[in-house]
Design a protein around this ligand. Structure first.
Ligand code: VG1
Ligand code: CO
Length: 544
């Protein structure tokens, strides 16, 4: 194999964020930019000669070009086998499954997830390790160091690979397999859930559904599973064809961006279940007729009912949630007498807990939930979980949620995002918040008395690694919380996320409107961080 070595100079902005490196496509197209990062990944790895690498992406603009480059670099660096999703497509959970199922050394996933795609929008790349999960911080830190000192990268002189034909080829000692992107994942889902029961319920007209694939990667997966295997009416899955620019939208499953679905679910004759997923298929939004289930509640309800799902029928060992996620699942864990872990934001922090068997289910407020079946969050898995649940319980989603609140109380929850804030202003806001922490305890605003105020730091219970500065937490004596943190996935300026949460036990007040119920906390948050005052904005960019 002819290998060429190119000299290069480092870029200083290749620090991976919450989920890999995300930049504008134009940045990734700069000479050597993608190559530097990929070579730095390989430079951070050891003992991968002759081993297998999985490759796939969410199909956004630049996916195909990037895959061809990575194939040649992986070959030049000594991988022995590449497993690639047909068309260069793999959803993030499917890629995680392929790494595990084929016992690959690791995988490179090309995605900027919920960020928009297209020539002027975002691209992303991340490395997953052999358990199928995102590389831990120790690895991404080492990788960042590599990007700062890189001097050359290697490319094998090979022809482009035909990504569209399923099959196996040998190219000068390198094995290349292009596989069906959906088949293995669909089989895994059929093993976890009671497909027969869901199918019967759909056939009997007890369950109707709509799934908004948002022109992103889950289109083919959802069509094959929901319509093909489970018999949902043709057209139940809409916006089902993946487009390089996601049809110009944000492929982010929340009521702000999945408005088509939201209109259906709050319109006349809504189906039993409405759901949407994101750019790379790892997020989910669950809706019932006239109701939106917050991701934090969804996780809690899944944990409380897990024994109704075949794969979890013997019980769950524990649960975990990211720190800003509401405490709803904590209450379930307490009732089930199982541990509940609080981790920093990002799926990479769940990997060790899952590997060690300490948890079975985990989730984040940002529309992510998952289990030990893979090492990524999994959008369609959550949809199938809810389908299985309503088929078993024969209840509407609204009834399931209300029953849950009646038993555990409701953690009324909402997130306010201020996007594209000037980076200096955003950092000043965080510094300003930090400066107040020592003096906040005992401070009173009406019914809200500050119980604790700190900056979240996490010690991994398995490898004891410490991750500090993971968000500012203000906890109140009535169980309410405000959390502030800066996003690690944005590509323009900084995004300030404010997470608001209030616990309600009173049966008469369970059905309140979240915005109304959280108005006072929102005012307190503004007094604490002054984002409106400092940016001149009058409201958040997105409320989810
Ligand atoms: C966001 C979410 C976080 C999620 C991450 C990746 O990160 O808040 O919960 O794990 O996106 O999700 P941040 O740093 O912007 O808050 V995805 O679907 O982009 O892979
Ligand atoms: Co995603």
């Amino acid at each position: 194999m002819q290998v060429k070595t190119y000299t290069t100079t480092p870029y200083d902005d290749q620090k991976p964020g919450t989920s890999g490196l995300r930049k504008k496509v134009k940045v990734f197209q700069k000479p050597g930019y993608l190559e530097n990062f990929v070579q730095s990944i390989f430079n951070s790895l050891e003992n991968f000669q002759g081993k297998t690498l999985v490759l796939g992406g969410d199909g956004r603009f630049f996916n195909r070009q990037a895959i061809q480059i990575i194939i040649k670099m992986a070959a030049a660096n000594g991988f022995g086998e590449l497993i690639i999703g047909q068309g260069g497509l793999l959803s993030t959970p499917a890629a995680s499954n392929i790494i595990r199922q084929y016992q690959a050394f690791g995988g490179i996933i090309l995605s900027a997830s919920h960020n928009p795609g297209g020539p002027d929008e975002d691209f992303g790349i991340k490395y997953n390790v052999s358990n199928g999960g995102p590389a831990p911080e120790k690895f991404t830190d080492a990788l960042y160091q590599q990007t700062k000192v890189i001097t050359s990268y290697k490319i094998a002189e090979l022809d482009d690979v035909d990504l569209d034909s399923i099959g196996e080829w040998s190219l000068e000692g390198l094995k290349i397999r292009v596989i069906d992107s959906v088949a293995d994942y669909a089989q895994l889902m059929a093993k976890i859930f009671d497909f027969e029961l869901i199918k019967q319920s759909i056939a009997a007209g007890l369950i109707t559904l709509r799934f908004d694939a948002m022109h992103a990667i889950t289109g083919p997966y959802a069509t094959q599973i929901l319509e093909g295997m489970l018999g949902a009416t043709a057209g139940s899955v809409f916006n089902a064809v993946p487009l390089e620019d996601f049809g110009g939208g944000h492929p982010d499953p929340n009521m702000a961006h999945a408005h088509e679905l939201t209109e259906i679910m709050f319109g006349d004759n809504p189906p039993t279940l409405g759901a949407a997923s994101d750019g790379d298929g790892d997020r989910n939004m669950i809706m019932g007729a006239n109701i939106f289930v917050t991701p934090s509640d969804s996780l809690a309800i899944m944990a409380a009912n897990a024994q109704l799902i075949p794969a979890y029928a013997k019980g769950i060992s524990g649960v975990a949630r990211s720190m800003p996620t509401s405490q709803a699942v904590d209450r379930v864990a307490q009732a089930l007498k199982i541990p509940c872990y609080e981790t920093p934001t990002g799926w990479k922090f769940f990997g060790n807990l899952l590997d060690a068997g300490k948890i079975t289910l985990c989730g984040e407020e940002s529309f992510g939930s998952g289990s030990n079946h893979v090492r990524e969050k999994d959008g369609l898995w959550a949809v199938l979980f809810w389908l299985n649940l309503i088929a078993r319980k024969r209840q509407s989603i609204a009834d399931i949620v209300l029953e849950h609140w009646q038993k555990y109380g409701r953690d009324i929850y909402c997130r306010h995002d201020y996007e594209a804030v000037d980076t200096t202003i955003a950092n000043d806001i965080l510094d300003f918040l930090r400066s107040q922490l020592p003096n906040l305890q005992g401070k009173v605003w009406g019914d809200y008395v500050v119980k604790y105020a700190d900056e979240f730091s996490y010690t991994d219970p398995v490898d004891h690694s410490v991750s500090s500065q993971q968000g500012i937490r203000i906890g109140f004596s009535n169980g309410s919380r405000i959390v502030f943190r800066l996003s690690g996935t944005g590509t323009i300026g900084a995004t300030l996320r404010i997470y608001l949460e209030r616990y309600e036990r009173d049966a008469q007040s369970l059905l309140q409107d979240a915005q109304v119920a959280l108005a006072e906390l929102s005012d307190i948050a503004e007094q604490l961080c002054q984002v409106k005052q400092r940016t001149g904005r009058t409201e958040p960019t997105v409320i989810t």
